[in-house]
Design a protein around this ligand. Structure first.
Ligand SMILES: Cc1ncc(C[n+]2csc(CCOP(=O)(O)OP(=O)(O)O)c2C)c(N)n1
Ligand code: SF4
Length: 367
Protein backbone atom coordinates (compact mmCIF):
# COMPACT_ATOMS: atom_id res chain seq x y z
CA UNK A 1 0.00 0.00 0.00
CA UNK A 2 2.87 2.38 0.83
CA UNK A 3 4.25 1.78 -2.67
CA UNK A 4 0.88 2.66 -4.17
CA UNK A 5 0.87 5.93 -2.22
CA UNK A 6 4.31 6.86 -3.44
CA UNK A 7 3.40 6.05 -7.01
CA UNK A 8 0.47 8.47 -6.98
CA UNK A 9 2.40 11.38 -5.50
CA UNK A 10 2.50 14.18 -8.07
CA UNK A 11 5.13 16.93 -8.13
CA UNK A 12 3.76 19.88 -6.20
CA UNK A 13 4.01 23.30 -7.80
CA UNK A 14 2.04 26.00 -6.02
CA UNK A 15 1.22 29.13 -8.01
CA UNK A 16 0.98 31.72 -5.28
CA UNK A 17 1.23 34.73 -7.54
CA UNK A 18 -2.25 33.82 -8.79
CA UNK A 19 -3.56 33.51 -5.27
CA UNK A 20 -6.37 36.02 -5.62
CA UNK A 21 -7.99 34.63 -8.74
CA UNK A 22 -7.28 30.91 -8.98
CA UNK A 23 -10.15 28.44 -9.38
CA UNK A 24 -11.97 27.55 -6.19
CA UNK A 25 -12.16 23.90 -7.12
CA UNK A 26 -9.63 21.10 -7.09
CA UNK A 27 -8.71 19.66 -10.50
CA UNK A 28 -11.12 17.06 -11.87
CA UNK A 29 -10.25 13.52 -10.88
CA UNK A 30 -10.21 10.65 -13.33
CA UNK A 31 -13.30 8.82 -12.15
CA UNK A 32 -13.03 5.04 -12.01
CA UNK A 33 -16.37 3.61 -11.04
CA UNK A 34 -16.54 3.06 -7.31
CA UNK A 35 -19.63 2.32 -5.27
CA UNK A 36 -20.18 3.25 -1.64
CA UNK A 37 -19.38 -0.36 -0.73
CA UNK A 38 -15.77 0.12 -1.88
CA UNK A 39 -15.44 2.47 1.09
CA UNK A 40 -17.08 0.15 3.61
CA UNK A 41 -14.68 -1.52 6.06
CA UNK A 42 -14.98 -4.99 7.55
CA UNK A 43 -15.30 -3.62 11.12
CA UNK A 44 -18.45 -4.06 13.22
CA UNK A 45 -20.06 -0.66 13.59
CA UNK A 46 -20.42 0.06 17.31
CA UNK A 47 -22.85 2.96 17.36
CA UNK A 48 -26.19 2.64 19.15
CA UNK A 49 -29.01 1.41 16.91
CA UNK A 50 -30.76 4.45 15.46
CA UNK A 51 -27.79 6.83 15.84
CA UNK A 52 -27.57 9.52 13.17
CA UNK A 53 -23.90 8.62 12.65
CA UNK A 54 -24.96 5.68 10.44
CA UNK A 55 -26.64 7.96 7.90
CA UNK A 56 -23.64 10.30 7.86
CA UNK A 57 -21.26 7.36 7.34
CA UNK A 58 -23.30 6.18 4.37
CA UNK A 59 -23.47 9.71 2.93
CA UNK A 60 -19.67 10.06 3.20
CA UNK A 61 -19.18 6.66 1.53
CA UNK A 62 -21.52 7.69 -1.28
CA UNK A 63 -19.69 11.00 -1.69
CA UNK A 64 -16.32 9.19 -1.79
CA UNK A 65 -17.63 6.89 -4.52
CA UNK A 66 -18.79 9.91 -6.53
CA UNK A 67 -15.47 11.71 -6.00
CA UNK A 68 -13.85 8.71 -7.66
CA UNK A 69 -10.44 8.71 -6.01
CA UNK A 70 -9.08 5.34 -4.90
CA UNK A 71 -9.54 4.53 -1.21
CA UNK A 72 -5.80 4.61 -0.48
CA UNK A 73 -5.64 8.30 -1.42
CA UNK A 74 -7.98 9.30 1.43
CA UNK A 75 -7.06 9.61 5.11
CA UNK A 76 -9.67 10.07 7.83
CA UNK A 77 -8.34 11.66 11.01
CA UNK A 78 -10.49 11.79 14.12
CA UNK A 79 -10.28 12.80 17.78
CA UNK A 80 -12.29 11.09 20.53
CA UNK A 81 -16.04 10.59 20.74
CA UNK A 82 -18.69 8.33 19.21
CA UNK A 83 -18.34 10.22 15.94
CA UNK A 84 -14.56 9.86 16.11
CA UNK A 85 -14.86 6.07 15.72
CA UNK A 86 -15.53 6.89 12.07
CA UNK A 87 -12.08 5.99 10.60
CA UNK A 88 -12.61 2.32 11.55
CA UNK A 89 -15.69 2.17 9.38
CA UNK A 90 -14.31 3.54 6.11
CA UNK A 91 -11.86 1.41 4.20
CA UNK A 92 -9.34 4.18 3.64
CA UNK A 93 -6.30 5.12 5.65
CA UNK A 94 -7.25 6.47 9.06
CA UNK A 95 -5.92 7.87 12.30
CA UNK A 96 -7.88 7.80 15.56
CA UNK A 97 -5.93 10.42 17.50
CA UNK A 98 -6.38 12.11 20.88
CA UNK A 99 -9.23 14.25 22.13
CA UNK A 100 -9.53 17.53 20.22
CA UNK A 101 -6.30 17.10 18.28
CA UNK A 102 -7.45 15.66 14.96
CA UNK A 103 -7.05 19.09 13.36
CA UNK A 104 -3.41 19.36 14.51
CA UNK A 105 -2.55 15.86 13.24
CA UNK A 106 -4.37 16.52 9.95
CA UNK A 107 -2.41 19.77 9.49
CA UNK A 108 0.92 17.94 9.81
CA UNK A 109 -0.22 15.20 7.49
CA UNK A 110 -1.49 17.57 4.80
CA UNK A 111 1.68 19.67 4.91
CA UNK A 112 3.88 16.61 4.38
CA UNK A 113 1.59 14.73 1.99
CA UNK A 114 -0.40 17.39 0.11
CA UNK A 115 -1.43 14.94 -2.59
CA UNK A 116 -3.64 13.01 -0.14
CA UNK A 117 -7.27 13.88 0.55
CA UNK A 118 -7.32 14.52 4.28
CA UNK A 119 -10.61 14.48 6.20
CA UNK A 120 -11.20 15.41 9.83
CA UNK A 121 -14.08 13.77 11.70
CA UNK A 122 -14.95 15.46 14.96
CA UNK A 123 -17.85 16.00 17.35
CA UNK A 124 -19.14 19.24 18.87
CA UNK A 125 -17.35 18.39 22.13
CA UNK A 126 -14.17 17.15 20.49
CA UNK A 127 -13.95 19.95 17.91
CA UNK A 128 -15.29 22.94 19.80
CA UNK A 129 -14.48 22.32 23.45
CA UNK A 130 -11.10 20.65 24.04
CA UNK A 131 -10.28 21.08 20.34
CA UNK A 132 -11.68 24.59 19.90
CA UNK A 133 -8.27 26.22 19.90
CA UNK A 134 -6.95 23.83 17.26
CA UNK A 135 -10.10 24.27 15.18
CA UNK A 136 -9.52 28.03 15.17
CA UNK A 137 -6.02 27.60 13.77
CA UNK A 138 -6.72 25.03 11.06
CA UNK A 139 -9.45 27.34 9.78
CA UNK A 140 -7.47 30.57 9.81
CA UNK A 141 -4.44 28.84 8.27
CA UNK A 142 -6.67 27.42 5.55
CA UNK A 143 -5.16 23.95 5.50
CA UNK A 144 -6.70 22.04 2.58
CA UNK A 145 -8.66 19.56 4.70
CA UNK A 146 -12.35 18.65 4.87
CA UNK A 147 -13.64 18.99 8.42
CA UNK A 148 -16.91 17.19 9.15
CA UNK A 149 -18.19 18.28 12.55
CA UNK A 150 -20.96 15.99 13.80
CA UNK A 151 -23.08 18.20 16.00
CA UNK A 152 -25.44 16.35 18.36
CA UNK A 153 -25.36 19.10 21.02
CA UNK A 154 -24.21 16.57 23.64
CA UNK A 155 -21.25 14.42 24.72
CA UNK A 156 -22.34 11.01 23.42
CA UNK A 157 -19.39 8.78 24.25
CA UNK A 158 -19.15 9.93 27.88
CA UNK A 159 -22.89 9.43 28.32
CA UNK A 160 -24.78 12.64 28.02
CA UNK A 161 -23.02 15.62 29.58
CA UNK A 162 -23.80 19.03 28.05
CA UNK A 163 -21.46 20.13 25.26
CA UNK A 164 -20.41 23.58 24.01
CA UNK A 165 -23.27 23.56 21.50
CA UNK A 166 -25.95 22.50 24.01
CA UNK A 167 -28.66 25.08 24.42
CA UNK A 168 -28.70 27.49 27.35
CA UNK A 169 -30.46 25.89 30.31
CA UNK A 170 -29.93 22.32 29.05
CA UNK A 171 -30.52 19.81 31.83
CA UNK A 172 -28.05 16.93 31.77
CA UNK A 173 -26.24 14.76 34.30
CA UNK A 174 -23.49 17.35 34.49
CA UNK A 175 -25.88 20.32 34.48
CA UNK A 176 -28.79 19.16 36.69
CA UNK A 177 -30.03 22.75 37.17
CA UNK A 178 -29.55 23.70 33.53
CA UNK A 179 -26.41 24.67 31.63
CA UNK A 180 -25.34 28.23 32.37
CA UNK A 181 -23.27 28.38 29.17
CA UNK A 182 -24.34 30.33 26.12
CA UNK A 183 -23.89 27.88 23.20
CA UNK A 184 -21.23 28.12 20.50
CA UNK A 185 -22.67 28.84 17.06
CA UNK A 186 -20.35 26.59 15.00
CA UNK A 187 -20.85 28.27 11.61
CA UNK A 188 -20.43 31.77 13.07
CA UNK A 189 -17.32 30.55 14.91
CA UNK A 190 -15.89 29.24 11.62
CA UNK A 191 -16.57 32.54 9.85
CA UNK A 192 -15.00 34.48 12.70
CA UNK A 193 -11.96 32.21 12.57
CA UNK A 194 -11.46 33.08 8.90
CA UNK A 195 -12.72 29.86 7.30
CA UNK A 196 -12.81 29.89 3.50
CA UNK A 197 -15.65 27.35 3.24
CA UNK A 198 -18.62 26.90 5.56
CA UNK A 199 -21.56 24.58 5.01
CA UNK A 200 -24.32 22.89 6.98
CA UNK A 201 -26.08 19.59 6.39
CA UNK A 202 -28.15 17.07 8.33
CA UNK A 203 -28.12 13.31 8.88
CA UNK A 204 -31.77 13.02 7.82
CA UNK A 205 -31.33 14.51 4.35
CA UNK A 206 -28.61 12.26 2.94
CA UNK A 207 -28.98 13.35 -0.69
CA UNK A 208 -28.38 16.97 0.25
CA UNK A 209 -25.55 15.94 2.56
CA UNK A 210 -23.76 14.00 -0.20
CA UNK A 211 -23.81 17.17 -2.33
CA UNK A 212 -22.44 19.29 0.52
CA UNK A 213 -19.64 16.79 1.21
CA UNK A 214 -18.68 16.75 -2.46
CA UNK A 215 -18.56 20.54 -2.52
CA UNK A 216 -16.35 20.46 0.58
CA UNK A 217 -13.99 18.04 -1.15
CA UNK A 218 -13.84 20.20 -4.29
CA UNK A 219 -12.93 23.28 -2.26
CA UNK A 220 -9.23 24.09 -1.96
CA UNK A 221 -8.67 25.08 1.62
CA UNK A 222 -10.17 24.27 5.00
CA UNK A 223 -13.78 23.21 4.41
CA UNK A 224 -15.88 23.35 7.57
CA UNK A 225 -19.09 21.31 7.40
CA UNK A 226 -21.40 21.24 10.38
CA UNK A 227 -23.69 18.20 10.28
CA UNK A 228 -26.73 17.94 12.53
CA UNK A 229 -26.67 14.44 14.00
CA UNK A 230 -29.32 12.87 16.16
CA UNK A 231 -28.01 11.18 19.33
CA UNK A 232 -31.13 9.13 19.98
CA UNK A 233 -29.83 7.92 23.35
CA UNK A 234 -28.75 11.13 25.10
CA UNK A 235 -30.30 13.98 23.12
CA UNK A 236 -33.07 12.58 20.99
CA UNK A 237 -34.82 15.02 18.68
CA UNK A 238 -32.52 18.02 19.22
CA UNK A 239 -32.83 18.94 15.53
CA UNK A 240 -36.17 17.39 14.64
CA UNK A 241 -37.69 20.80 13.92
CA UNK A 242 -35.22 21.12 11.03
CA UNK A 243 -35.14 17.51 9.89
CA UNK A 244 -38.67 16.08 10.16
CA UNK A 245 -41.15 16.19 7.29
CA UNK A 246 -43.88 18.22 8.98
CA UNK A 247 -41.69 21.06 10.31
CA UNK A 248 -38.65 21.02 7.98
CA UNK A 249 -40.18 23.09 5.14
CA UNK A 250 -40.92 25.98 7.55
CA UNK A 251 -37.77 25.65 9.65
CA UNK A 252 -35.05 24.91 7.11
CA UNK A 253 -33.84 27.20 4.36
CA UNK A 254 -31.81 25.44 1.65
CA UNK A 255 -29.53 28.04 0.06
CA UNK A 256 -28.02 27.77 -3.41
CA UNK A 257 -25.53 30.10 -5.03
CA UNK A 258 -27.27 32.57 -7.36
CA UNK A 259 -30.77 31.60 -6.22
CA UNK A 260 -33.25 33.66 -4.19
CA UNK A 261 -33.85 32.47 -0.64
CA UNK A 262 -37.23 30.74 -0.81
CA UNK A 263 -38.64 28.22 1.66
CA UNK A 264 -41.97 27.06 3.13
CA UNK A 265 -44.21 24.07 2.48
CA UNK A 266 -45.52 25.65 -0.72
CA UNK A 267 -42.35 27.65 -1.47
CA UNK A 268 -44.43 30.60 -0.33
CA UNK A 269 -41.95 32.27 2.01
CA UNK A 270 -38.73 34.10 1.43
CA UNK A 271 -35.93 36.07 3.05
CA UNK A 272 -35.74 39.74 2.30
CA UNK A 273 -33.20 42.23 3.62
CA UNK A 274 -34.43 45.18 5.63
CA UNK A 275 -31.17 47.12 5.70
CA UNK A 276 -28.86 44.36 6.89
CA UNK A 277 -31.56 42.57 8.83
CA UNK A 278 -33.03 39.40 7.29
CA UNK A 279 -36.83 39.22 7.53
CA UNK A 280 -39.31 36.57 6.47
CA UNK A 281 -41.83 37.67 3.86
CA UNK A 282 -44.99 35.93 2.69
CA UNK A 283 -45.00 35.43 -1.07
CA UNK A 284 -48.67 34.41 -1.19
CA UNK A 285 -50.21 37.82 -0.42
CA UNK A 286 -48.98 39.57 -3.55
CA UNK A 287 -47.12 42.21 -1.52
CA UNK A 288 -43.75 40.57 -2.19
CA UNK A 289 -42.38 38.54 -5.07
CA UNK A 290 -39.29 36.38 -5.60
CA UNK A 291 -37.58 39.44 -7.13
CA UNK A 292 -37.63 41.15 -3.72
CA UNK A 293 -35.70 38.34 -2.03
CA UNK A 294 -32.08 38.10 -1.02
CA UNK A 295 -30.12 36.17 -3.66
CA UNK A 296 -27.45 33.86 -2.24
CA UNK A 297 -23.85 34.63 -3.14
CA UNK A 298 -21.43 32.15 -1.58
CA UNK A 299 -18.52 34.54 -2.02
CA UNK A 300 -20.15 37.42 -0.15
CA UNK A 301 -18.92 37.68 3.43
CA UNK A 302 -21.80 39.91 4.49
CA UNK A 303 -24.32 37.34 3.30
CA UNK A 304 -22.30 34.64 5.09
CA UNK A 305 -22.46 36.72 8.25
CA UNK A 306 -26.22 37.09 7.93
CA UNK A 307 -26.72 33.37 7.25
CA UNK A 308 -24.50 32.14 10.07
CA UNK A 309 -26.32 34.50 12.45
CA UNK A 310 -29.70 33.02 11.54
CA UNK A 311 -29.53 30.90 14.68
CA UNK A 312 -32.76 31.34 16.60
CA UNK A 313 -33.81 29.06 19.43
CA UNK A 314 -35.50 26.14 17.59
CA UNK A 315 -38.51 26.45 19.93
CA UNK A 316 -39.08 30.09 19.00
CA UNK A 317 -37.99 30.32 15.39
CA UNK A 318 -38.48 33.65 13.68
CA UNK A 319 -36.02 32.93 10.92
CA UNK A 320 -35.43 29.54 9.28
CA UNK A 321 -32.03 27.81 9.79
CA UNK A 322 -29.89 27.85 6.61
CA UNK A 323 -28.47 24.62 5.10
CA UNK A 324 -26.11 24.18 2.16
CA UNK A 325 -22.92 26.02 1.28
CA UNK A 326 -23.09 29.29 3.22
CA UNK A 327 -19.67 30.62 2.21
CA UNK A 328 -16.89 29.62 -0.23
CA UNK A 329 -13.93 31.73 -1.31
CA UNK A 330 -10.49 30.88 -2.60
CA UNK A 331 -7.36 31.98 -0.82
CA UNK A 332 -3.92 30.37 -0.60
CA UNK A 333 -3.69 27.27 1.51
CA UNK A 334 -1.26 26.85 4.38
CA UNK A 335 0.65 24.06 2.66
CA UNK A 336 0.96 26.05 -0.59
CA UNK A 337 2.46 29.02 1.24
CA UNK A 338 4.76 26.85 3.33
CA UNK A 339 5.99 24.78 0.41
CA UNK A 340 6.68 27.83 -1.72
CA UNK A 341 8.59 29.36 1.16
CA UNK A 342 10.69 26.21 1.57
CA UNK A 343 11.38 25.96 -2.17
CA UNK A 344 12.33 29.64 -2.39
CA UNK A 345 14.65 29.34 0.60
CA UNK A 346 16.33 26.21 -0.77
CA UNK A 347 16.81 27.96 -4.10
CA UNK A 348 18.44 30.94 -2.39
CA UNK A 349 20.45 29.18 0.32
CA UNK A 350 20.84 25.56 -0.75
CA UNK A 351 19.31 22.48 0.81
CA UNK A 352 20.62 23.08 4.34
CA UNK A 353 22.26 20.73 6.79
CA UNK A 354 20.42 19.94 10.02
CA UNK A 355 23.53 18.59 11.78
CA UNK A 356 25.51 21.70 10.88
CA UNK A 357 22.63 23.87 12.13
CA UNK A 358 22.41 22.01 15.44
CA UNK A 359 26.14 22.38 16.04
CA UNK A 360 26.38 25.92 14.72
CA UNK A 361 26.13 27.75 18.03
CA UNK A 362 27.34 27.04 21.50
CA UNK A 363 26.73 23.44 22.51
CA UNK A 364 26.85 21.73 25.89
CA UNK A 365 27.41 18.19 26.90
CA UNK A 366 25.04 17.30 29.72
CA UNK A 367 26.43 14.62 32.02
C1 LIG B 1 -8.18 14.58 27.48
C2 LIG B 1 -9.54 13.97 27.54
N1 LIG B 1 -10.51 14.62 28.22
C3 LIG B 1 -11.75 14.10 28.26
C4 LIG B 1 -12.02 12.91 27.66
C5 LIG B 1 -13.43 12.34 27.77
N2 LIG B 1 -14.19 12.44 26.53
C6 LIG B 1 -14.17 11.48 25.61
S1 LIG B 1 -15.17 11.80 24.30
C7 LIG B 1 -15.64 13.27 24.99
C8 LIG B 1 -16.65 14.17 24.33
C9 LIG B 1 -17.32 13.57 23.16
O1 LIG B 1 -18.31 14.41 22.69
P1 LIG B 1 -18.43 14.81 21.19
O2 LIG B 1 -17.15 15.31 20.66
O3 LIG B 1 -19.57 15.74 21.05
O4 LIG B 1 -18.66 13.41 20.44
P2 LIG B 1 -19.86 12.39 20.42
O5 LIG B 1 -19.45 11.27 21.36
O6 LIG B 1 -21.09 13.09 20.87
O7 LIG B 1 -19.91 11.95 18.99
C10 LIG B 1 -15.01 13.48 26.21
C11 LIG B 1 -15.21 14.66 27.07
C12 LIG B 1 -10.99 12.24 26.96
N3 LIG B 1 -11.19 11.10 26.31
N4 LIG B 1 -9.76 12.79 26.93
S1 SF4 C 1 -24.40 7.66 22.42
FE1 SF4 C 1 -25.49 8.91 20.92
S2 SF4 C 1 -23.93 9.64 19.49
FE2 SF4 C 1 -23.06 7.90 20.63
S3 SF4 C 1 -23.49 6.11 19.35
FE3 SF4 C 1 -25.15 6.27 20.84
S4 SF4 C 1 -26.74 7.46 19.78
FE4 SF4 C 1 -24.81 7.76 18.65
Amino acid sequence: MAEELKATRPSFKPALSKAVTPPTAKPEQASPSYTWKDFQSDQDVRWCPGCGDYAILKAVQRALAEIGRPPHEHVFVSGIGCSSRFPYYVSTYGLHTIHGRATAVATGLKVMRPELAVWVITGDGDGLSIGGNHMLHILRRNVDVQILLFNNQIYGLTKGQFSPTSEFGKITKSSPYGSADWPVNPAAFALGAGASFIARGMDRDPNHLVGVIRRAYEHRGAAFVEIYQNCNVFNDGAFFVFTEKDTKPQAALFVEHGKPMVFGANRDKGIRLDGLKPVVVDLSTGQWSVDDLLVHDETDETIAFILTRMFDDPKHLELPRPFGVLYAVRRPTFEEVLREQVERTIEAKGPGDLRALLFSGETWTVV
